[in-house]
Write a protein that binds this ligand. Sequence first.
Ligand code: HEM
Length: 251
Amino acid sequence: MGSSIFGAALDFWTRGSGAFFTRWLHILVGITWIGLLYFFNFVQVPSFAQMDPAARNNAMDKLTWRALWWFRWAAVATVVTGFVLLYFTEEYKPDFMKTLPGISISAGILLGLTMFLNVWGIIWRKQKIVIANARNVAAGGEADPGAAAAGRQGLMASRVNAIFSIPMVLFMVGTSHFPYAAGLPPTGGKRATFWAVFVIVWAVLELNALGLLGGTKPGGIRVIFDTHRNALIAGFVYALFSVLLFAYVLA
Ligand code: HEM
């Protein structure tokens, strides 16, 4: 189009342009999702712990409920735009997933999809129980004895998402922007080693967050879910571990 008689500074009707605008939308909805995730983890949870029960119940009804709407639909939009972007990005040839950028995006998508399932499968379902209880108690009803356990399960899923988000964005951005060393593409053996280690660590973290490797009680390996500070440290350690694995196992 750029050379047509109409002239244009941007080559709009091309696959590359589709990739560009989808990338923009993907980042826009992605920051909406992850921004709210950080709000819940680093602002709302510690604030609620300091609020008196009546104020907290009111905030859950008016604020958390709204924030959760944007949160879970931004998660849907991120996954949808992510897969459209995958389709549009031109270098996605059959062997792409064997290259360093292909491994990077696969690792990012594994973490991103797990986070998406945690949002819809755990966080939203448990928060509905917690908020229904807050509304009921505010209206003078009986407290739900299961609400505290639901709150704990939702909190653990939310904290594992905060942990996952840190390496997830690293691999998303790294796909096109890691400072790749010039070298041969990784061999099948190296790729197998990378994936075996990466998947085991991911599975141990996720199964723990779901309470499937020793319940939901604090302590033990679940110390990483005990405070938002611990989750933040765990996220950076996990990102560092993952990027070193990527850099040295695949070299
Ligand atoms: C869960 C499903 C997801 C899929 C299928 C997906 C897919 C993709 C794809 C295909 C790319 C382009 C990689 C490239 O070729 O440069 C990308 C980049 C990116 N994604 Fe995702 N993504 C997902 C989740 C997320 C989430 C949750 C975020 C949160 C912020 C996110 C943020 C980004 C960012 C910041 C980039 C980098 C853009 C760039 O470097 O130009 N993605 N994603």
